[in-house]
Design a protein around this ligand. Structure first.
Ligand code: HAM
Length: 429
């Protein structure tokens, strides 16, 4: 037999880890609700062109990392698994005419994304993002609102040492002249450029700035910076975003080298890192403004901004900082056991009735002796054991309070009421 394993770069989330995810997803949901971002979903795969146009043809994500699906029929559509959420959400915005809704449309989405990346710690081929978007607001107030929301999420999950790096990457007015300057800078050093970077020089020189190739680090340190060459409206936008961040007490670091790995960005760009950890370390999250994306995907020109936070990296960071709360399993209110080991149907029937009444119940469905059944009940932390025995003939069961060590006979007809009363006083008292 072959030994089957989860594909490279993917992980099983076993129950303990799944419940850690659930905890931070709950925090994300509650925050989204508090800030007025409503959850939505998009398909896990889209026409590949949505990503090619949206994220950009000459990006790592599209060139190297897109999971393209093999077409099965002549339907003709080429699909790819979503590498990120923004392009799909904007596609949905256009498709459903959301420009007629009250603006901005504020949405959030938590789910798996797929990138055919080289797997390593914190870098997976299937990973989870919490994505938040505000479409139809040119800012700068919403820019600050989103950055503050991202930081608050980290604080609420228990990561206090997260800082935000901020930059502006201009717009179609000021960027073209800058790109010419950047190209000239790299052309003068073309002999030192690695192969991929040399190929990208003429098509997308901005990508060289966030290249991970070691040879690029020193060259990039002295490259011309867009932040010094912004047009007046872009410069004014950045000044105002900074003023809004000051008002909400968010400290940030201006990082002129921050360009992000996706092509749709304009103006505001930001990333979240654990303090003192950027550089070699990976971003916990990132985002920015994409004022051209809606039009690029076929809609009317509409501004937008958002971020995505990598949930796997949040969990890893929590583990590293010793901040993961112990997993609290839901303890059952009662465990149904029986004196006759073979009477599994009887135990299942009663447990089903109690569950139908909304109670958290386990039942012994094996055929172990009563003593062993009661051991399981204690091990699972049940408050009560419901013991089926001879009294059942008279419509009664034994109700043992495992915590108090007391036991009494209760009519089956009263059992639900008794257990509910105990459950309520247990929870609230
Ligand atoms: P991104 O920077 O490509 O942005 O990804 C956001 C976050 O997702 C990263 O900072 C990281 O935490 C996590 N992430 C990315 N790739 C991986 C991976 N292979 N394994 C684990 N975690 C990963 C975007 O995706 C944009 N859509 C963000 C955005 C939303 N911009 C505007 N709106």
């Amino acid at each position: 037999m072959p030994s089957f394993r989860a594909p490279r770069g993917t992980r099983d989330l076993l129950p303990d880890e799944r419940s850690r995810f659930a905890r931070i997803e709950t925090i994300a949901d509650q925050l989204a609700n508090r800030y007025g971002y409503r959850p939505m979903e998009t398909p896990l795969f889209e026409q590949a062109e949505v990503f090619e146009r949206g994220v950009g043809e000459v990006t790592d994500i599209v060139e190297k990392e897109l999971f393209r699906l093999q077409p099965r029929t002549d339907e003709g559509e080429l699909w790819a698994l979503r590498p990120e959420a923004t392009a799909g959400i904007v596609r949905a915005y256009v498709q459903h005419g959301m420009h007629t809704w009250p603006q901005p449309v504020k949405v959030s989405l938590a789910g798996p994304m797929f990138r055919y990346d080289r797997p390593q710690a914190g870098r997976y081929r299937q990973f989870w993002q919490w994505d938040v978007e505000a479409i139809g607001d040119a800012g700068p107030g919403v820019d600050a609102e989103l950055i503050e929301l991202g930081l608050r999420f980290y604080r609420e999950v228990g990561l206090a040492d997260v800082e935000v790096l901020l930059n502006s990457i201009g717009d179609p007015v000021c960027r073209p002249a800058y790109l010419q300057e950047l190209m000239a800078y790299y052309r003068a050093r073309v002999a030192q450029l690695p192969e991929t970077e040399r190929a990208r020089l003429e098509t997308n020189p901005l990508r060289l700035l966030d290249s991970k190739a070691p040879a690029m680090a020193t060259m990039n340190a002295t490259a011309p910076k867009l932040i010094d060459r912004l047009c007046d409206p872009c410069a004014a936008h950045l000044t105002s975003v900074r003023a809004h961040l000051d008002v909400v007490g968010v400290t940030y670091r201006l990082e002129p080298g921050l360009v992000r790995g996706l092509d749709y960005y304009t103006r505001t760009a930001f990333e979240f890192y654990r303090r003192g950890a950027q550089g070699q370390q990976q971003a916990l999250g990132g985002g920015g403004r994409y004022d051209g994306l809606v039009a690029l995907l076929g809609g009317k020109p509409t501004p937008g901004i958002g971020f995505a936070l990598g949930l796997d990296r949040v969990i890893l960071a929590l583990e590293e900082s010793g901040g993961t709360a112990p997993v609290v399993e839901g303890r059952p209110l009662a465990f149904v056991v029986g004196a006759d080991p073979a009477a599994t149907a009887e135990r299942l029937r009663l447990a089903t009735e109690l569950r139908a009444a909304g109670l958290s119940i386990r039942a012994e469905l094996g055929t172990r002796k009563l003593g062993r059944q009661l051991e399981s009940a204690s091990r699972e932390g049940a408050h009560f054991a419901v013991i089926l025995g001879d009294e059942l003939a008279d419509g009664q069961v034994q109700l043992r309070d495992l915590e108090a060590g007391t036991q009494r006979v209760v009519p089956v007809a009263d059992l639900i009421r008794e257990l509910k009363r105990a459950d309520a006083s247990h929870r609230h008292g």
